[in-house]
Design a protein around this ligand. Structure first.
Ligand code: IPM
Ligand code: MG
Length: 366
């Protein structure tokens, strides 16, 4: 019997619509190959939503997402919305979506593909074989802590305030996701905090340490965030799974992404305790190249593969996409961001077409 799924599509801004078009075509095709039927429902988010409705996350969008089996997001943001008040900025829409769907765990894999080792700005021996999973807490910490705002003090000075706060429960639930994730990988978990300075980090470290007794098969270590950033660049192969809070995870996941050569290759998954997960590339909306057919659609396509694997439990379909991407790279297909000197770079659409060709000709198992 054909399985049916509802997928909410949020193309967003900048290169979002271009890369989303490629991912949707690939999903349609893989659906036919694997006997899956997708009902796609597009919704507005970010700048595109601001332009049409005045708000970055219209209530209909959240409702469409809630009624779906999984959500595929491209990217949000652009210069033209940067000067708006914070409540009306594209980023606020994304944060609202994460909070609204209670997606507290953000999984950001940074694995270097053998075909792209030379696209990294670090030496081959440093990055070859890198395979890291950053588990970032996504609905708490300084992104959401209260009080926040720009206040005026008694002396008439302006004062910007954010609060980094975590409750024990918030730490425990992301900690458990991280231990489970590490268990399915190499069994090594590094928790990153700033416990030498911050109380919130002290609690983080205490709770993560306490959880470790439930996971005797996982080897736990701790690093301060400044050292973790340095170690990521010095010898990234020491890491297997990293767990950290919202802000540190935001920063470290970009650094980890760059080890792999291009942030244009990396997908991510955000999940909660129940309900639909959200799947999106790690990269942003790249307004500088939007509409020029120069974007790399592969992170978006690989996000669709993660959606199939973790959002819909369709690993055979996910495998097909991942294998097709890998074999295209093997054959030397590149977009501009990952092309080495002398290699021809394809545009976004042409890369999508090559991928579809590959999917059409590849055998189900290879
Ligand atoms: C990310 C982005 C977002 C974040 C922005 C766009 C709000 O940088 O997903 O890493 O800071 O979480
Ligand atoms: Mg970020």
């Amino acid at each position: 019997m054909t399985e049916q799924f509802r997928i909410a599509l949020l193309p967003g801004d900048g290169i979002g619509p271009e890369i989303m078009a490629v991912a949707v075509a690939v999903l349609e095709q893989v659906g036919q190959l694997c006997d899956l039927k997708f009902e796609f429902r597009a919704a507005l988010i970010g700048g595109a939503a601001i332009d049409q409705t005045g708000q970055p996350l219209p209530p209909e969008t959240l409702e469409t997402c809630r009624q779906s089996d999984a959500v595929l997001l491209a990217a949000i943001g652009g210069y033209q919305w940067d000067a708006l008040p914070r409540q009306q900025r594209p980023e606020t829409g994304l944060l609202g979506l994460r909070a609204g769907l209670e997606l507290f765990a953000n999984l950001r894999p940074a694995r270097i593909l053998p075909q792209l080792v030379d696209a990294s700005s670090l030496k081959r021996e440093v990055v070859e074989g890198v395979d890291i999973m950053v588990v970032r807490e996504l609905t708490g910490g300084i992104y959401f802590g209260q009080p926040k705002g720009i206040f005026t003090t008694e002396t008439g000075q302006q004062r910007g305030v954010n609060t980094m706060a975590y409750s024990a429960d918030e730490i425990d639930r992301i900690g458990r996701v991280a231990f489970e994730t590490a268990r399915q990988r190499q069994g090594r978990l590094c928790s990153v905090d700033k416990a030498n300075v911050l109380e919130v980090s002290q609690l983080w470290r205490d709770r993560i340490t306490a959880l470790a007794s439930d996971y005797p098969d996982v080897e736990l270590s701790h690093l301060y965030v400044d050292n973790a950033a340095m170690q990521l660049l010095r010898w990234p192969k020491q890491f297997d799974t990293i767990v950290t809070g919202n802000l540190f995870g935001d920063i470290l996941s970009d650094a980890a992404a760059m080890l792999t050569g291009s942030i244009g290759m990396l997908p991510s998954a955000s999940v909660g305790a129940s309900g639909p997960g959200l799947f999106e590339p790690v990269h942003g909306s790249a307004p500088d190249i939007a509409g020029q057919d120069r974007a790399n659609p592969l992170a978006q396509v690989l996000s669709a593969a993660l959606l199939l694997r973790y959002g819909l439990q369709q690993s055979a379909a996910a495998d097909r996409i991942e294998r097709a991407v890998s074999s295209l790279l093997e054959q030397g297909y590149r977009t501009a961001d990952i092309a080495a000197a002398g290699q021809t770079a394809l545009g976004c659409r042409a890369m999508g077409e090559a991928l579809q060709q590959q999917l059409a000709t590849a055998l189900p198992q290879s």
